[in-house]
Design a binder for this molecule. Structure first.
Ligand code: FE2
Length: 393
């Protein structure tokens, strides 16, 4: 039987509260207001089948500021912890009936990994194995003694650790919030960037009355070709967005050249030919346009290598670019220009055929012509709808 338990059994709890008895604790005398305040933020659950121990710990811990609840039945303590997860510290006796402290902890750890645990042992040589302490994540153990100095010291340091953990959690929460703010900012930056680029592309189409809606129609035709060729959703998206922005570089070309009704001089044509690279330059700095960059840069390349800016040939021209190129030329042929009337569907199709293999990928031309043959009425109606919508912008 514990010395302390014997003593407590002999004395009433009122006597324990007497300063003379508790005055033997040097640690307790050292409680200052700050420590008391810190302790009062923590709930301690104590389990010991010795009523006397529970009574003395209640007095000592409450005097130290802790919020205390004691149980002499391990199963009651288990129930309490199951129903209330606000306890911060568990102090439990090791040798108890009907179950030992380590068995109790084993059950607690199933649902509560957070609580700090201290095992109380009778003698040093009765301490549980280090493996058990590690496995059950038991933060410490100490011997019962007359004045519980050791226990109080352990509780002090537990409070310190818990306070530090709180600071760490606060910092982590702050960091997470900051990450959220940064990602929100990025999103809003991306949105405003998209709006700027969207205005730019509409401005490009609006530079010339004759090219109004061109990018939207190229985007639509490219999507339809891609769909007919059973491309993936991602590829269709690249075609759609690429269509919208393929001529964005024209924003950097003088209006007089774009709207010129007579034949362009060599110099002027050289200037026009710079728009794919200008467009590439406008969009390359933003990651969100990364996948459409080849469509911007190479949409004027031709299969026979006579295109620009790099004179790429055949497979050197990425497949999606070859689709945009067909869609782009088809819409150009189907639209009125300042220097000519629209060609009309028959002539446009025959031009596609004529340039298949030299300018355009024959497979893509074939697929597009098949689509036109089967669904031109429907496609034409949808294109007219696009134009109607844009007329109101
Ligand atoms: Fe272009």
């Amino acid at each position: 039987m514990w010395v302390i338990a014997m003593r407590l059994k002999e004395q009433k709890v009122e006597a324990i509260q007497n300063d003379d008895l508790l005055g033997t604790s040097r640690v307790e005398e050292d409680y200052d207001t700050a420590q008391y305040k810190a302790n009062s933020r923590y709930k301690v659950l104590v389990v010991d089948d010795e009523r006397g121990i529970l009574d003395s710990l209640e007095v000592i811990l409450k005097r130290g500021g802790f919020r205390f609840k004691g149980f002499s039945e391990p199963s009651d303590a288990l129930k309490e912890l199951e129903n209330d997860d606000s306890y911060n510290i568990l102090v439990t006796d090791y040798f108890m009936e009907p179950i030992h402290g380590d068995e109790l902890i084993e059950k607690i750890r199933v649902f509560n990994k957070k609580i700090h645990i201290l095992l109380l042992t009778g003698y040093k040589d009765q301490a549980p194995a280090i493996e058990t302490l590690k496995r059950l994540n038991i933060q410490g153990y100490c011997e019962k003694s007359n004045n519980f100095d050791q226990l109080l010291l352990w509780l002090y340091s537990a409070v310190k650790v818990l306070e530090q953990n709180k600071d760490i959690y606060k910092l982590m929460e702050k960091a997470m919030n900051q990450n959220e703010i940064i990602s929100e900012l990025n999103k809003s930056l991306e949105n405003s960037y998209s709006s700027i680029i969207e205005s730019l592309r509409l401005a490009v189409d609006a530079k010339d009355e004759y090219t109004k809606g061109h990018s939207d129609r190229v985007s639509y035709y490219a999507f339809k070709i891609g769909q007919a060729m059973k491309l993936t959703v991602e590829e269709l998206e690249i075609l759609t967005v690429g269509g919208y922005f393929h001529d964005i570089g024209k924003i950097g070309i003088k209006d007089q050249i774009i709207t010129k009704e007579t034949r362009l001089t060599d110099e002027e044509f050289a200037e026009i030919k710079r728009h794919p690279l200008k467009g590439f330059g406008i969009l390359e700095s933003n990651n969100m346009f990364k996948k459409i960059l080849p469509l911007i840069k190479y949409h004027h390349e031709k299969l026979d290598g006579t295109g620009y800016p790099e004179g790429l040939k055949d497979d050197e021209i990425p497949f999606l670019v070859r689709i945009i190129s067909v869609a782009d030329s088809f819409d150009a042929m189907m639209s009125k220009r300042s220097y000519r009337d629209e060609l009309g569907i028959e002539k446009a199709v025959s031009e596609l055929r004529k340039c298949s293999g030299t300018q355009f990928d024959p497979k893509i031309v074939e697929e597009f012509i098949k689509l036109i043959a089967e669904k031109w009425t429907e496609i034409n109606e949808e294109v007219e709808e696009i134009d109607r919508k844009l007329a109101n912008i």
